[in-house]
Each structure stands twice: as structure tokens, then as C-alpha cells.
Design a protein around this ligand. Structure first.
Ligand code: FE2
Length: 350
């Protein structure tokens, strides 16, 4: 459907079509087999694509519309995309994801949505050893990571220190772009903890033209996201840092953002950048929208046109505590082979 130049997808029909196709694939192949096939996600997506396309065509939806929607809009909340069945206790770590019908239909559903969005499901070797999907749960034990997993998460884009698609890191051109889309799927969220999304168009609306220009200048240093710090240190020799760079970028697809409230540094004597950053962060708070994911829901967050975060999760872990699964999508058209790891079908450098 096209309204005033903008593609709008019928979220209910899309969720229904994807649910049917994902469930069909898992039931036809069996759990063990589909778990193995997910190790070569592009091959599996290609096999499932014809059935998916005709299922959606019957519902009046084309892949092109989904792709446009995923790129144009800050987020897309799809309800009831998979059946969160047969769940064991919520895991205590990022990996592994236990192979049950519920978690496998979830993963196939995300794979189908990434294919419809014109994207490849990818991971980065420096984060969680390159796992394609990870549990977002309250982590077991002590330490900064465990603490961070319980608290609120301020607005950020994922892998914010990595380049925008179509650009290079100034010090290492092998570094792959950050993801275009972050897929968040809920298996459990009994306290209804909201995910927050801050659309970029709302943030920009609260800034002056001069402040926008300042944020397009090379005046912000972005440190690696916490989950990437150890891995980038191992691969690059030191944790990745993007020194004195821009957080807003003009692309062919409009203005893009990369940002992290907790991992950026500016020169405190540069009053222009200090005040632009302050205003940017105030406006993020003002335009934050809350999305409560229910079990079975999938949220596509546009990682270039929105920041995301979440409310505090609380102390509980394991058992029936909150459990989301995350995957990354990237439009890999034109991605140089050197930005991938040879012999792995989805892992990007670093
Ligand atoms: Fe994130």
C-alpha cells in the first residue's frame, strides 16, 4: 500500500503470513534439521522465499513494500509472528539459544523478515563470538555486564562505532558497517517491560539547523558498545574507538544516525558540540516511544533512523524472567568480501 509517497505495510497480514511460513518450515523439516539449516541462513532463506512471496502476495503484500517500510520507518511492531511454545527456563547468558519449536520458529521468522527487508542476517565476530542470534536476558553473576543487563538502557544504535553502510572506518577499511535493522523477538516479558524507540525524525525536529550541522561534523568520539569491547580488543588489538567523527550522515536513503548515550566523548571546551549533544539527548527523551513486546511479537528497529533502549528489567533471572532474542539485518549489496570471515556464511569483521 502506498500513502502519500510512503509505503505502509499491513502489519497484521505480514505477521500472519510470516507466522504461517515459519511454522510450516519448522514442522516440515523437524527441529534438528531446521537448527542445522539456520547455520546457512542465506541458503535457507532462498529455499523458503518462493513460498513466502506467494503467501504474502495472497495477502496483498510484496517484498518490495516490506523492504521500503523497513528502511523508511523508525520501527515496525509485528504481533504474533511465532508461537512461543515449549520454552525451557529463561537462559542465564547471551548464548546458546536452546533449540525448541518456539525458539526455532522465532529464528526462522526473523530470517524471513530479513529476507523480505532485502537484508542478510549477519553477526560480528567481536560480539558474543559471532553468534547469529543471542538471548537478551538478565545475565547470571556479578560484574558490569550482569549489572547492565538488569538496568535501563539509554538510547543507542547498535554497533554505533562501526561505519554507516557505504562508508569506511577511517583507520581500518575492513570494518563492516553496523546493522541496518535490529530484530527483537519476545519469548517472555511477563512484567511488560517496554522497549523504547526514539525516531530520528522526531529528534531532528527538536534541533536547530545549526545543531544538525554540528552533529554532521567530525566532533564526536564513539567508543565500542560494551558487548563489542572485549571482542574488538582481541581482533583489532585494542577496543574499537571511532575518534572525532560524525553522528549524523546524509545518505541516499535520507539522514542516518549512530549514537550511544553511554559511549561517546566530546571536547568539553567545544561549546557548539556540547550544546548540540545536550539538545540531542534531551530531544531523545521527549520523543521516546514505548513498545511492549508480548511473547510471539517481533520488533524491527531501524538502526539508522531510530535509537532504541529499554526500561529497567529488574533483578530476576532464569525461570520465567524476561527473554528476548536479537538478530541483525544488513543490506549487503556491494559489501566487499574482505569485510566477511572466509568460510562462515554470516559473520562480519571484526
Ligand atoms: Fe541495542
Amino acid at each position: 500500500m502506498k500513502i502519500q509517497g510512503v509505503f505502509v505495510v499491513d502489519a497484521t497480514e505480514l505477521a500472519d503470513g510470516v507466522r504461517l511460513c515459519a511454522a510450516r518450515a519448522v514442522d516440515a523439516e523437524g527441529l534438528e534439521q531446521i537448527a542445522r539449516q539456520l547455520e546457512a541462513p542465506q541458503e535457507l532463506a532462498s529455499r523458503l522465499q518462493p513460498g513466502l512471496v506467494s503467501e504474502l502476495a495472497a495477502r496483498g503484500i510484496s517484498a518490495n513494500e516490506v523492504s521500503r517500510h523497513a528502511r523508511d520507518f523508525p520501527y515496525l511492531h509485528l504481533k504474533g509472528v511465532f508461537d512461543p511454545a515449549d520454552l525451557p527456563d529463561t537462559p542465564l547468558n547471551w548464548t546458546p539459544i536452546p533449540d525448541t519449536r518456539g525458539t526455532l520458529t522465532l529464528r526462522v521468522a526473523i530470517l524471513l523478515l530479513s529476507r523480505l527487508s532485502g537484508m542478510e542476517l549477519v553477526s560480528y565476530k567481536s560480539e558474543n563470538g559471532g553468534a547469529l542470534f543471542v538471548n537478551l536476558v538478565t545475565l547470571d553473576g556479578q560484574g558490569a555486564m550482569a549489572e547492565k543487563s538488569k538496568g535501563p538502557m539509554k538510547g543507542h544504535t547498535d554497533a554505533a562505532s562501526f561505519p554507516f553502510r557505504g562508508t569506511n572506518d577511517p583507520s581500518d577499511e575492513r570494518i563492516a558497517p553496523s546493522p541496518d535493522v535490529v530484530f527483537l523477538a519476545a519469548l517472555r516479558n511477563q512484567d511488560g517491560v517496554p522497549t523504547t524507540v526514539m525516531p530520528l525524525h522526531g529528534i531532528l525536529g527538536g534541533l536547530t539547523a545549526a545543531q544538525i550541522e554540528v552533529l554532521k561534523g567530525d566532533r564526536v568520539t564513539l567508543l565500542a558498545q560494551r558487548s563489542f569491547q572485549r571482542g574488538t580488543r582481541e581482533i583489532l588489538g585494542e577496543a574499537h574507538v571511532l575518534y572525532n567523527s560524525h553522528v549524523l550522515h546524509e545518505s541516499d536513503e535520507g539522514t542516518w544516525v549512530r549514537y550511544s548515550h553511554s559511549n561517546n566523548v566530546v571536547d568539553s571546551e567545544d561549546v557548539e558540540i556540547v550544546s548540540a549533544k545536550e539538545r540531542f539527548e534531551q530531544t531523545c527523551l521527549l520523543c521516546a516511544q514505548q513498545v511492549v513486546l508480548q511473547p510471539g511479537d517481533v520488533l524491527l528497529v531501524n538502526n539508522r533512523k531510530a535509537l532504541h533502549g529499554r526500561a529497567p528489567v529488574g533483578e530476576a533471572n532464569g525461570g520465567t524472567s524476561r527473554w528476548l532474542v536479537r538478530g541483525y539485518g544488513l543490506d549487503t549489496t556491494g559489501l566487499e568480501a574482505g569485510r566477511r570471515y572466509e568460510g562462515t556464511p554470516y559473520m562480519l569483521y571484526p
